[in-house]
Each structure stands twice: as structure tokens, then as C-alpha cells.
Design a protein around this ligand. Sequence first.
Ligand code: 3EB
Length: 337
Amino acid sequence: MKHDAFVQFHPLPEAQPTLAGIAEEHVLGMARLGHLQEAGTWPWPVQSIPMPVLGGETDLLYECWHADQPCHRDRFQDIHYSRCGNALFGVLYLDEGTQLVDGQPPLQRATEHAYRQIFSLLRTAGLPYLCRMWNYIPDINRVEHGLERYRQFNIGRHQAFASFERPVDFSPAACALGITQGPLTIAFLAMNTPTLRIENPRQISAFDYPAEYGPRSPTFTRAAILQQASGELLLISGTASIVGHQTVHIGNVAAQTRESMANISVLVEQATQAGTQAGFTLQDLLYRVYIRHAEDYPAVRAELWQQVPGIRAVYLQSDICRQDLLVEIEAVASSQA
Ligand code: 3EB
């Protein structure tokens, strides 16, 4: 019998891809955060997220996903991936092109193509359970071919789910943010066992949003718990100032930050009830905070420090998928068995 790989998350201490004690063969992949990026090649998949780091000592940060067994690394179509036992982490970058084909805008097609590749790889690999997706979309709020690009992205993603008969209420945790340089990039983490999916009772599930947010709903769950022999990993999706399905506190970044944290608190409570272990607190989480306007950074940081003194967070300047959202927060925590 195969044992599950134990997947772990670590922010790396320096703006260098030094591994801080993690064995190179155990590295599933990395995220690289920072605006001005030189091209680089690594033995493992790396998702470059070209966003300015706010308030940090460095303008380039790395985060590492790793396992407890050796990884096999390969390519599948446009995907660069690592497989460690029963965990698979992959990254892809896709050029959208500019052509409408069969009336479908380029971003919608590129998104569907990307998700189909991912679903094909997971089927081939026998690891069908997506835990987490990280979506970074160029010019996410721009209207093109008569529809906002985030809504085009949602149509393409939804179509790929439908083609592969993936129920939308069985979606991964996710985030979808805007970038101002570089191509569409998607990273994902998948396993051989389903995650526990957590919804937020204060919010309508994203896959049930009404049509006013676009012709196809987003396919993500509010949080997911990955249950492993050695502990639980809680993955909280991008969380914003949304109650029900509506944006609240329009124009007020401090209040939006508080509302986002209220939503995260509820997810942490739900996760603590759903999990089998000791549970999680807001203090345990490692946060990534996306801020639309760089000048809002001090206000957002002050709010967060008030709620979670000493909060461990990385702040990035980023576009957010609804024009009226000023901040979005996601987080990861692990509880050791
Ligand atoms: C929201 O709650 C805010 O489209 O994958 C958060 C997390 C958001 C994931 C996605 C979108 C996504 O609707 C936006």
C-alpha cells in the first residue's frame, strides 16, 4: 500500500530560492512573488506571480510546497509538474492569442484549454482530487468582446468542469486575481483523496452565485482541508468583503478588511468543527493579502494587526475580480497530529 505524501507549505526566509532545510528532491513546487522578475529556470514547477510586494524588506519572495518523499518531475502539454507519491503540484502559463474562434473570446478559450489540460493530466495520473487552484489573469477587470475578462475566465473554467463531468459543488479552494504583466498562469495541487470542503454560511456558495456576476458561476469552494496521516492542512480560498453574494462596504478599505476577516473567522470555525484534529485559530494562519491600491496598504495592515497581533502576512498589490473589491485575503495553516 502506498502512503500519502505529506504535503507542507513553507514561506522561505529570504528572497532566494534557498530551501531552508527542505530536501531538494522533496520540493513539489514554488510560488515566486514580486513585480520585477527576471526569467529563471528551476528543476521544479514555479508560479511567478508578477505583483509588487508591499511594505516588505524585499521585493521578491518565495514560498515552497514540499512533501516527505522524492518527487518525479515532468511536463504534460503546457504543464510543468511534480509528483511526490500521491500529491501532484503543477504550473502552467498560457498565451491567449488575440483571435475570436467560434465566437469565443481568447481568454475564455485559453482558460478552458488550461483546465482541460489539468483535468487530463490528473486523469492520467490517477490523482483526480483537486485541492487548490491559483489563478492569475492579465487585466482581469477589462471588458473585451463585450464581457469583463474575469467573467470570460469563469465561462472557460465552467466549461472545462462540465466537459470532464466535474460537479461544481465539488470544487477546489481557489483564488483568482489580476496581473498587469505576463501571461495567464494557473497553479494547482491535487491528491488521491478528496479534501473536506468548507462553505461559509455568511456567503452564498460561489458556484451558486446569481447571473448578475456573469453567465457562468465561479467554480471554487471557500476552504478545503487536506487530511494527512501527519496532520491537517487548511487552505482558505481568496476571501473578500462579500456577504450573501453582494460586495459590502464599497469604497471603505478598512471595513472591507474587517469583513474579509469576519468571513475567514467563520471558515476557521467551520474547519475546526469539520476536522478531526485540534483545529485552527486565526493566529495559526499564514496570510496572503491582495490590495487593489498600494496606498491602502497601511490601513489594511493596521486593521489586520488589530485583529491578529503579529499576523504573518505577505501583502501584494493586485487587481481583484470584482471592480468594487479593494482587498482579498487567503491563508494556509497546518495542524500537526
Ligand atoms: C469571491 O468570493 C471573491 O474565481 O476562483 C475568491 C476566490 C474569488 C476564488 C475564483 C474568486 C475566486 O467571489 C473572488
